[in-house]
Design a protein around this ligand. Structure first.
Ligand code: ACO
Length: 429
């Protein structure tokens, strides 16, 4: 037996195996704990719980490191593209030229959604949140492709992967077009992934529209930075849903639902709304820093803090730099960027934020680029979903091949009433 840790309980000593990861992290294997001691572990929010072994994404929150399949995020952000990252995450290595061409070809040729799905959009209210539409529509994809549900059928799963990555931008752009009463724009298979999305979002039949390459590149960068982040809330959701052998569409739809919340992907929308509010209120940064420190106010600085990053979020650094470059290239200035930078500067000097290790996270600056591109605020989290989709898929596929796979089913410490006897309604006081 390798390294172990000893636990004493009830006069007994049990040895717990220590599992080591490839970057030196160590974990106690407690899978036999209950059988040998009757104990379970209690860890609200899974602050100290590893749910799986994974070879996809490494992050070190203390050092601000993020790597996909071993490649530093800084290198990937500078040199790669979103579809190449999707391949890397899902299949484990950067593709050879032929592999990549085939992958791109397959994604490109599944970009249309079934015509019957267009009618779904008529059933939603005009002001429906795009995340609700995205999650419903992705779940509905499973009704059109019932022959690809088996998570153990590799060819079927591969087809679902192509369909999901290809169709999510179309589904999202249709949601936007519906909300503003414009006709849906079919995908253009001659355009690259991000240019096609921008075309579906912003072109109209009566006018010429050409995609600005700066915007398409900026969008591609944001999608790369969002593509995976190991066992975050939405990814854990996808894994737990998939662990019941639910199909990939259903699992991805659950990830979209989890991502919607303002403590997770919804933070990018919350940040822009916060910056707009501060601007409209006269730009008094100090007032809002004080409010964020006052627990009674219920106000938090959106886009600040992270469960894992306790030094800096490397994605936020890359996006902050890109904000300056993209806005300059597009000839756009926004006071919101100045407000964001002032907040960051003030917070990083403030003991409250320093002591709690609260730094800007990926969402703090991303909304500024989305706004500059013209993406409406309520679509921000949907953009995050498009970016995170390859990560969800990679994690789901890895889990399906894991020989240790078991249905996800945590235990609990019951704190309710002890056994009592039923009293009929007439006799109850
Ligand atoms: N503003 C003010 N105070 C904060 C903030 C914030 N943004 N974030 C955390 N704190 C404080 C908490 O009040 C707490 O203080 P205390 O120790 O005095 O009680 C302490 O910092 C630790 O915060 P927790 O909520 O316990 O940390 P946790 O790891 O559970 O939460 C989270 C992380 C959810 C990201 C949190 O920092 C937060 O709510 N941030 C704002 C929302 C946000 O930006 N979410 C996006 C996350 S990134 C992503 O999902 C892509």
């Amino acid at each position: 037996m390798g390294e172990t840790a000893k636990l004493e309980f009830g006069g007994k000593t049990v040895e717990l195996p220590v599992v080591a990861g490839s970057e030196g992290e160590k974990a106690l294997d407690i899978s036999k704990l209950r059988a040998s001691t009757g104990l379970i572990t209690l860890d609200p929010g899974y602050m100290n719980t590893g749910a799986c072994k994974s070879a996809i994404t490494f992050l070190d929150g203390e050092k601000g490191i993020l790597r996909y399949r071993g490649y530093p995020i800084e290198q990937l952000a500078e040199k790669s593209t979103f579809l190449e990252i999707a391949y890397l995450l899902i299949f484990g290595d950067l593709p050879a030229k032929g592999e990549f061409e085939e992958f791109k070809e397959n994604i490109t040729h599944h970009s249309m959604v079934h015509e019957d799905m267009r009618r779904f959009y008529d059933g939603f209210p005009k002001d429906a949140h795009p995340m609700a539409i995205l999650s419903s529509a992705v779940s509905a994809l499973s009704t059109f492709y019932q022959d690809t549900h088996n998570p153990k059928d590799e060819a079927a799963v591969r087809m679902s992967i192509y369909r999901l990555i290809a169709k999510l931008p179309t589904i999202a752009a249709y949601a936007y077009k519906k909300s503003i009463g414009q006709p849906f724009v079919y995908p253009d298979n001659s355009a690259d992934y991000c240019s096609n999305f921008l075309n579906m979002m912003f072109s109209v039949p009566c006018e010429k529209y050409s995609v600005d390459p700066t915007q398409a590149k900026a969008l591609d960068l944001l999608l790369i930075l969002h593509a995976d982040h190991e066992q975050n809330c939405s990814t854990s959701t996808v894994r737990i849903v998939g662990s019941s052998m639910a199909n990939l569409f259903a699992s991805a739809a659950s990830g979209i639902a989890a991502l919607w919340g303002p403590l997770h992907g919804g933070a990018n929308q919350a940040v822009i709304e916060m910056l707009q509010m501060i601007q409209q209120d006269g730009g008094d940064i100090k007032k809002y820093i004080a409010k964020a420190k006052d627990k009674a106010s219920g106000f938090r600085l959106s886009g600040f803090g992270h469960r894992v990053y306790k030094n800096f979020d490397p994605r936020a650094r890359i996006i902050k730099k890109a904000c300056d470059e993209v806005l300059a290239k597009m000839g756009k200035r926004t006071p919101l960027l100045d407000i964001a930078k002032e907040i960051e500067e003030a917070a990083l000097k403030d003991d409250y934020f320093v002591e709690r290790k609260l730094y800007p996270n990926v969402d703090f600056y991303s909304g500024i680029i989305y706004s500059a591109i013209g993406i409406p605020v309520n679509m921000f989290t949907g953009m995050f979903a498009i970016g995170r989709l390859p990560g969800w898929i990679a994690q789901w596929c890895e889990m399906m091949k894991d020989p240790d796979l078991k249905i996800g089913r945590p235990r609990q410490v019951y704190t309710g009433a002890n056994e009592r006897q039923y009293v009929s309604l007439e006799k109850r006081k």
